[in-house]
Design a protein around this ligand. Structure first.
Ligand code: SAM
Length: 390
């Protein structure tokens, strides 16, 4: 006879699935919503690895209803007795979501040593492994108007600063990396194109001029899309609000998925590339730029001057993937750092064949024409990738 399965503190666990439940608790604040995450005390206060941070969750007891299990675990771990709703996630360990009052008091059990209320992107970055992030995504999809990602482009200060950049005023011709990226694109004639993080729509309009049959521009920012719509009259271009963290394209609906400098805002890279792949027809192309990992890695991403007066990019924390908070155009901008190997392996893992990689470097002629570009020879700022689906 086999021993019944138990939790680490000796409580019996149901022998049949589902084996437990996670309850994604959220509260509404001025900036959107915040999720409750608990730090497990079991491996010590400094442990930050798998299962260190999770929403309230726990194992189902033999014979216990799943709803009852979710309510019991929520109460035991946090003291909260609030209504829960199941989120549509199939599997052995489903998720629920529950709204807590903004001023709610959380009372932790002995299994946890602290808790935090985090905006969804931060909670997703902190909660590992991926199965926990999947549960959070499932719950978030249900929470109306709850953005998963930070929407910094709708911040008025950030938007005003971004609108003054050359690339916002001159469009593609004002983006130093555009000639390199353009050279990685297929013949656009007749293509069905989706632009992931389309911003003000410069590429959408260019794609149509280059012969694309139809273009869909997706972006999280209402302000960016307002600008895009105001400068587009072409009925074959559509713009929609969408969070790339929840990207869900109709299967096989596009021939080209393009993205310029948006992917580093998305926490879950694996999900993103998989979702882009699903939206492409067989042989479809993925062409994107993202901030280069040498650029996103450092704690303080700013030039310093060495002892001999040389310009130095202070690269650190390269192998430590995850969110980076920087003050670019506005304080508190969240980007997500992934190493070069991780990005390429995610692309490959999503079923793509990588055709070309560029680490944007201005040519001698470009530096001669625009002296401020010379510093870009010190380190790559942008990673450019072209791939196609099997
Ligand atoms: C640097 S801008 C680039 C805009 C445009 N692709 C271009 O190259 O001109 C980044 C864009 O990504 C969008 N973005 C950031 N995070 C996003 C997300 N999670 N989902 C959708 N769009 C996002 C921003 O709103 C912004 O418009």
């Amino acid at each position: 006879m086999t021993e019944p399965r138990t939790t680490y503190d000796g409580e019996p666990i149901a022998e049949d699935p589902p084996f437990g439940a996670t309850v994604v608790v959220y509260r509404r604040v001025d900036a959107g919503i915040e999720l409750l995450v608990l730090h497990r005390a079991h491996d010590g206060p400094d442990y930050e690895g798998d299962w260190a941070w999770t929403p309230p969750a726990g194992a189902r007891k033999p014979g216990e209803e799943l709803d009852a299990c979710a309510c019991r675990e929520l109460k035991e771990e946090t003291g909260l007795e609030i209504p829960i709703r199941p989120a549509p996630l199939a599997g052995d360990w489903p998720a629920y979501q529950a709204e807590a009052p903004a001023d709610v008091t959380v009372v932790l059990d002995a299994e946890h040593d602290r808790f935090m209320w985090l905006e969804p992107a931060e909670a997703l970055a902190r909660c590992r492994p991926a199965i926990v992030a999947d549960q959070i995504h499932a719950a978030l999809r249900q929470i109306e108007n709850a953005p998963v990602s930070q929407n910094i482009y709708d911040d008025p200060v950030f938007f005003a600063g971004y609108s003054r950049l050359r690339r916002s005023i001159e469009g593609l011709d004002g983006a130093a990396e555009w000639p390199t990226l353009r050279a990685m694109l297929p013949d656009m004639r007749g293509l069905r194109v989706v632009d992931l993080g389309c911003g003000m729509g410069w590429f959408c309009r260019w794609a149509r001029e280059a012969g694309a049959a139809e273009v869909l521009g997706l972006d999280l920012s209402a302000r960016m899309l307002e600008q895009a719509r105001a400068t587009t009259s072409d009925p074959a271009i559509a713009y929609e609000i969408a969070d790339l963290a929840n990207l869900d394209l109709p299967p096989g609906a596009f021939d080209l998925a393009y993205s310029s400098l948006a992917f580093h805002y998305v926490a879950d890279g694996a999900r993103l590339y998989q979702a882009a792949g699903r939206g492409l027809a067989s042989g479809g192309r993925l062409v994107f730029s993202t901030e280069h990992p040498i650029y996103t890695a450092p704690t303080r991403p700013a030039w310093v001057t060495g002892e001999d007066g040389e310009t130095i990019w202070p690269l650190n924390r390269y192998q430590m993937e995850g969110p980076r908070v920087t003050d670019w155009l506005a304080p508190g901008v969240i980007k997500h750092h992934r190493t070069l190997a991780t990005t390429l392996n995610l692309v490959i893992g999503a079923g793509f064949v990588v055709d070309r990689i560029e680490e944007f470097r201005p040519s001698a002629e470009e530096v001669a024409a625009q002296a401020t570009l010379a510093i870009e020879l010190e380190r790559p700022m942008f990673l450019l990738v072209s791939a196609h689906r099997h």
